[in-house]
Design a protein around this ligand. Structure first.
Ligand code: ZN
Ligand code: ZN
Length: 354
């Protein structure tokens, strides 16, 4: 089968390899679509711990597929079920795992991060992932490419649960990349009132407004003045920083209404994560600042349900689709930053799993 494997920094290869064998407790998923994430781009650029010439890793953690083969002990699924895979699973018994937050487990494992992922024609789903519910059945309402972008949407839901986006909130999202646009869409679905989106690029803001016409675009220069003008000097209830800038994280605190909540979504580059905060802004405004990382299986299931119910439309997020074997071209496009999500489609091949 075809697989896209990382061997080290800037060493990503399309390789032919064996279809994974499964045990009696495992499932083999045939990939239909897999989306490229910003973290894939960072892993390709920087390499990843444990990954080298002799330990290559198949990337891809935003995955949809169909069940191609099932071990004899597996129940609850059927062959050819259309599925999406929540990427993160844990030890199953620590406190975070017991609370369903497998993505915070110290021994967390994830498809495409530290076990082989979805940039391949087939994916082996280990027993632990199966028993934690990571394989989520789709039904026919959701297309394969949309199902592939379920995972970033679930990460965004994790953030919005942490920062408690609620009905009637005025929400500012800073950064109009795929994550920023997902934040806007989800805030709308959760009943936010005014939704502001800010970005350095007027082009990106324009494109975002085509997907989410309800946004109020705000130019990044003079952001504070613009926010205060729009909110009559109050500031916003929620600010989501969806760009990797410590400077903007610092600035965000000055944009908040009393009892405002701020989410730092995504990490900062290593060595650049020290920021300065006017502590009195937090104190007198009774602000809350939180972070979020990855997503839980429950959050993935919630997103699937929202898409099924028509509360969230992910289609507009997908800018371009490439065939799996066109990965290098897809990578180039994803790196250009011109679009939002780039999705790889894995076609029907004759070869059968053994
Ligand atoms: Zn991702
Ligand atoms: Zn655990």
């Amino acid at each position: 089968m075809l697989a896209v494997k990382l061997f080290g920094p800037e060493d990503i290869r399309l390789v032919e390899c064996e279809i994974p064998r499964i045990t009696a407790d495992e499932i083999l998923v045939k990939t239909t679509a897999a989306a490229i994430c910003g973290s894939d781009l960072r892993m390709i650029e920087n390499g990843y711990r444990g990954v080298d010439e002799t330990h290559p890793l198949t990337l891809g953690h935003e995955i949809s597929g169909i069940i191609a083969k099932m071990g004899e002990n597996v129940t609850g699924y059927r062959l050819n079920d259309r599925v999406t895979i929540a990427p993160n699973f844990g030890c199953g018994h620590c406190k975070n795992c017991r609370e369903g937050d497998y993505h915070l487990c110290e021994e967390y494992r994830a498809f495409g991060i530290n076990i082989d992922g979805g940039f391949a024609e087939y994916i082996r789903v280990p027993k632990e992932a199966l028993s934690q519910g990571n394989v989520i059945r789709l039904g026919d309402e959701i297309s394969a490419p949309e199902a592939a972008v379920m995972e970033p949407a679930a990460c965004v839901l994790n953030g919005q649960e942490r920062v408690e986006v609620e009905e009637g909130d005025n929400v500012l999202v800073i950064g109009a990349g795929p994550i920023g646009v997902l934040h806007v869409m989800l805030a709308k679905a959760r009943g936010a009132a005014d939704i502001y989106l800010s970005d350095l690029s007027a082009e990106r803001l324009k494109k975002s407004a085509q997907i989410a016409p309800y946004i109020i675009p705000l130019d990044a220069s003079g952001l504070e003045e613009a926010v205060m003008e729009k909110t009559r000097g109050k500031g916003v209830d929620v600010c989501i920083v969806a760009c990797a800038s410590g400077e903007i994280q610092e600035k965000s605190l000055g944009l908040m209404n009393t009892k405002g909540r701020v989410l730092f979504f995504g990490g900062l580059p290593q060595g650049k994560d020290l920021i300065r905060v006017h502590s009195n802004i937090l104190h007198y405004g009774e602000l809350k600042v939180c972070g979020s990382t990855r997503c839980s299986v429950r959050q993935c299931e919630s997103i699937v349900a929202m898409v099924k119910e028509g509360k969230l439309r992910l289609r507009g997020l997908i800018s371009r689709q490439f065939e799996g074997r066109e990965f290098m071209e897809a990578l180039k496009y994803a790196r250009s930053g011109r679009g939002l999500k780039t999705v790889l489609i894995f076609g029907n091949k004759e070869e059968e799993p053994t």
